[in-house]
Design a protein around this ligand. Structure first.
Ligand SMILES: *Cc1c(COP(=O)(O)O)cnc(C)c1O
Length: 381
């Protein structure tokens, strides 16, 4: 938790009066590629917008403060942010990765990084014994999602970080699902946090952006170097949308989490629903661990239908809820992980971890909760 201001206040003030020369309340969009220099050898601190842009810089400072890092780099998307991490490794290095994770990250690791010599092993970070057995000298990092996507498995960050320290293994947490409003891995000892800001941080399904926040000056410098060298930066306009979204993150998440709780409890009792995965439920494995490291359950849940053929009906019949991939926006979305977010994960691995034909994922937005439940009720039939 930041020392002086509460996180709600930090969020509401994201980018407030960052332009002292005019006092503009909202951070201006510095839509410029380059910056003039007053004379040879002098710079305003800005030379070229790939390297640094004032709008993006404000966003980066806000993200660093929210996560409790020394610095942040904002990228054009979450995948660009995750790609920048490659500068921390060299061919031959192995990274242990959550086996149940965002499908695009799996695709990036397997189809782009593996051919360049990095190795990835997928495992369940909830199983600490398994993690210990798999951590040999080649392992340089853990890449953790908690809760995982889409099955909401919980990793015990403090225990994993403690173990990683003893082996000089870097801990990277994809904090997209929780956001710094609910979970701050750097403060638990993680080294790096990555985000798809496309989701809750911007929150309106109107932009893509990503970020890397680090607690270590050398890592932050390497990421910033890679950001400039590879060039997939967050644009000034997208940075402005991100700042605007951040201002309401706390109220959006409070509301969405409350509704997600109600929807999860309702689904539990609904005929035709076999299993519900939501960290807030009393029976959820890892619930206690989750609430030891996060302040809320999040607003994502997955569920299995008793009859897998009913999936088509649910998807075709929802009206208030939109059938689309992604999450974290003000509008509720329903996703079919098997054919959408996780299509690039090979079938045997998908089956092993449980991403099967009967599984649906819900991202709960800020609509009236009763409307969402009524919609699911008529869609499940
Ligand atoms: C969406 C997502 C990503 C990828 O982010 P983009 O902004 O779509 O590139 C990475 N990790 C998680 C957990 C995500 O949900």
């Amino acid at each position: 938790m930041p020392d002086s201001k509460s996180i709600e206040t930090l969020l509401a003030h994201a980018g407030l009066i960052s332009d002292l020369s005019t006092g503009a309340v909202s951070t201006p969009i510095y839509q410029t590629a380059t910056f003039s220099h007053p004379e040879l050898g002098k710079s305003t601190g800005f030379d070229y917008s790939r390297t640094a842009n004032p709008t993006r810089l404000v966003l980066e400072k806000v993200l660093a403060e929210l996560e409790g890092g020394v610095d942040a780099s904002a990228f054009a998307s979450g995948m660009a942010a995750i790609t920048s991490l490659q500068c921390l490794f060299k061919p031959g290095d192995t990274i242990l990765v959550s086996d149940d994770l965002y499908g695009g990250t799996y695709r990036l690791f397997e189809r782009v990084f593996r051919p360049w010599g990095l190795h990835f092993e997928y495992l369940d970070f909830a199983d600490l014994t398994g993690v210990k057995q798999s951590t040999d000298a080649r392992v340089k990092a853990f890449f953790i999602e908690t809760p995982t996507n889409p099955l909401m498995k919980i990793a015990d960050l403090k225990k994993l970080i403690g173990f990683a320290r003893s082996r000089e293994v870097l801990v990277i947490v994809d904090n997209t699902f929780m956001t710094p409003y609910c979970q701050r891995p750097l403060q638990l000892g993680a080294d790096v946090v990555v985000h798809s800001g496309t989701k809750y941080l911007s929150g309106h399904n109107d932009t893509l952006f990503g970020a890397v926040v680090s607690k270590d000056v050398d890592i932050a410098a390497k990421i910033a170097f890679t950001q400039n060298a590879t060039g997939a930066v967050c644009s000034p306009f997208d940075g402005w949308l991100a700042l605007r979204g951040l201002k309401t993150l706390a109220v959006r998440l409070d509301r969405a989490q409350e509704s997600a709780f109600a929807v999860a409890r309702w689904l539990l009792k609904r005929k035709g629903v076999k299993t519900v995965y939501f960290p807030g439920l009393a029976a959820h494995p890892g619930r206690k661990t989750h609430f030891g490291q996060a302040s809320g359950p999040g607003a994502l849940l997955s569920f299995r239908l008793a009859d897998k053929k009913a999936v088509r009906r649910v998807i075709n019949y929802v009206e208030t809820i939109t059938f689309a991939e992604s999450l974290g926006g003000v509008e509720s979305l329903i996703t079919y992980p098997m054919t959408q977010t996780h299509v690039d994960i090979p079938e045997p691995l998908r089956k092993r971890i449980g991403i099967t034909e009967d599984l649906l994922r819900l991202s709960i937005g800020i609509e009236r909760c009763e409307d969402l439940i009524a919609d699911l009720d008529q869609a499940i039939g």
